[in-house]
Design a protein around this ligand. Structure first.
Ligand SMILES: [Zn+2]
Length: 237
């Protein structure tokens, strides 16, 4: 095939641009799947589930507190009634009975007050934990929108870069002869389409060519196409 040897370096550039375009395209697709945001979304969901569980636990403790309050109120009412009865009683048997009851009521009152303290402590603790988890969720939501924004920006930048690369490739394809471009595309399907011949090494397959092969290649005139006998790549001499 007759060629304009000045067009060959353009094919090397075209080959580099193709690699670059593939890389850019892969990165854009990766970003479009939103994988960076997805990881945050998963953690956020876990935190939300945890927050709901904590709220349910918290409500249960609050029910326990109300129950303890009601119990305590009953005991206190009973104590005040007993004290009134004691004040007006003169029968020593009745008095002893009331005093016994007051003793056990005082004990019960103490127990309920202690239980109430413990419950109040766990409510305080639960409030702190819930505040912490809400803060963490806010932080994750901010992180999620930042990740989404930065991915969108990256996609926009990479797309601009890709269209520049595509534009340059289109220019090269117009500038190089159609026959050469066609051959380039045909070889490219199988592997590297073009390489520089450096001493006796093919830049496409990195094979060391035999001196016979190198001799044959040197005999190919400059305006004729030379190809690597090992990988069939177009050689730039
Ligand atoms: Zn080769």
């Amino acid at each position: 095939m007759k060629i304009d040897s000045n067009q060959l370096p353009e094919l090397i550039r075209l080959q580099q641009l193709l690699v670059e375009a593939t890389k850019l395209d892969t990165r854009i697709r990766q970003l479009q799947t939103g994988e960076s945001a997805e990881a945050i979304r998963v953690v956020l969901l876990e935190q939300s589930a945890k927050a709901s569980q904590m709220l349910a636990d918290h409500e249960e403790v609050e029910r326990d507190v109300r129950r303890a309050e009601a119990d305590l109120e009953l005991v206190e009412n009973r104590i005040s009634k007993d004290k009134q009865r004691l004040a007006v009683s003169s029968d020593s048997k009745v008095i002893t009975g009331i005093q016994h009851e007051l003793e056990s009521l005082a004990k019960r009152q103490g127990e309920l007050e202690e239980a109430q303290l413990i419950l109040m402590e766990s409510i305080d603790q639960s409030n702190l934990e819930q505040e912490a988890i809400q803060l963490e969720r806010k932080r994750l939501q901010a992180e999620l929108s930042a990740a989404t924004e930065s991915a969108a920006l990256d996609i926009a930048n990479l797309s601009t870069e890709l269209s520049t690369v595509n534009g340059e490739m289109a220019e090269i394809r117009k500038a190089v002869s159609a026959e050469l471009v066609e051959l380039f595309d045909k070889i490219r399907v199988r592997g590297t389409a073009v390489g520089k011949l450096k001493d006796s090494t093919c830049g496409a397959c990195n094979m060391n060519l035999t001196s016979t092969a190198v001799g044959q290649l040197s005999a190919v005139p400059n305006d004729e196409l030379a190809r690597c006998p090992e990988c069939s790549a177009i050689l730039v001499r």
